[in-house]
Design a protein around this ligand. Structure first.
Ligand code: ATR
Length: 272
């Protein structure tokens, strides 16, 4: 339905997502209904990509207008970009590439998508201290976003070396996950960025010793399932929760804007 060839013609702009694996991506379900709703002649297609270099050649041949980037290419696309934003440079990760004046520009909408639900709270001084669980790729965008907005961050991670590296770059504090209980009721925001709770690790939580006061905002990046054991526990303690699904949608809307120059149509009922 999304890629019906009779909807395409010589003027159709091609967009897509590159990654491996890429078959389970939900991004087409954001962009294609968005294009359709505003009558924008475009299509968004998943491309299973091993060689980033070969894909950039193809992108020229097909005159691709922009694309999303997922695992394992968020870092390796960067040598092919003519321009990158400050955030891409800081995080070392690019999830969106757009063609601007015959040049490829790399941006990171995970960074901004993460901020959307909490921006006003930070501005109002309601979020000053944060605990970030995990120190992988997703965590880098989160920690840099919080740091750039003046929030004091403590990173808790299974491997202390990964925590230390990111903490040193962002002037954050760090500790191991085992010490999570020491940080109970000390922060305004807790962000869970690890993959514990999804896939093979479904039903588990990364820091069961961390106790919630009920006053914190608790934000989780996992979006499948929408509510993990961790988030359920936070909700039961009375915390305000923000889900990975919200962040996924926000970053998708920003990507749509970068691709088309139009706001994402609010009347689309997106099925993620
Ligand atoms: P992503 O891009 O989703 O952040 P990643 O870069 O592979 O993925 O990072 C995975 C994160 O989840 C890391 O913080 C990892 O901890 P380590 O740095 O110690 O590897 C964390 N993680 C993965 N499996 C975990 C588990 N079983 N328990 C605790 N943390 C785990």
């Amino acid at each position: 339905e999304l890629y019906r060839s009779d909807k395409l013609d010589e003027k159709t702009h091609i967009y897509g997502i590159i990654g491996n694996p890429v078959s389970h991506t939900s991004s087409p379900n954001i962009h294609n209904p968005g294009f359709e709703a505003i009558r924008y002649n475009a299509v968004y297609v998943p491309f299973l990509v091993d060689s980033v270099r070969a894909f950039f050649k193809l992108a020229e041949m097909l005159q691709i207008h922009g694309f999303s980037v997922t695992v394992p290419h968020k870092r390796s696309v960067q040598p092919y970009l003519g321009r990158i934003t400050r955030e891409v440079k800081q995080i070392g990760s690019c999830n969106t590439v757009v063609r601007i004046q015959n040049m490829w520009k790399g941006i990171n909408t995970d960074y901004y998508g993460f901020l959307v639900p909490i921006e006003a709270l930070i501005a109002q001084g309601e979020i000053r201290n944060a605990l970030v669980i995990g120190a992988g790729g997703a965590s880098r965008a989160v920690v840099w976003a919080l740091h750039n907005h003046g929030v004091k961050v403590t990173i808790l991670n299974r491997s202390i070396e990964h925590a230390r590296t990111l903490a040193n770059e962002t002037m954050s504090a760090y500790d191991t996950l085992e010490n999570a209980y020491l940080y109970s009721e000390t922060v305004d925001l807790v962000v869970q960025t690890t993959n514990v709770g999804m896939g093979d690790l479904m039903g588990q939580e990364p820091c069961p010793s961390l106790h919630f006061s009920g006053k914190e905002f608790v934000y989780e990046l996992v979006y499948k399932p929408e509510e993990t054991v961790f988030l359920k526990r936070a909700k039961e303690a009375g915390c305000t929760i923000i889900t990975g699904k919200q962040m996924l949608m926000e970053q998708g809307k920003l990507q749509f804007e970068a691709f088309t120059g139009y706001h994402y149509p609010h009347w689309v009922d997106v099925v993620l």
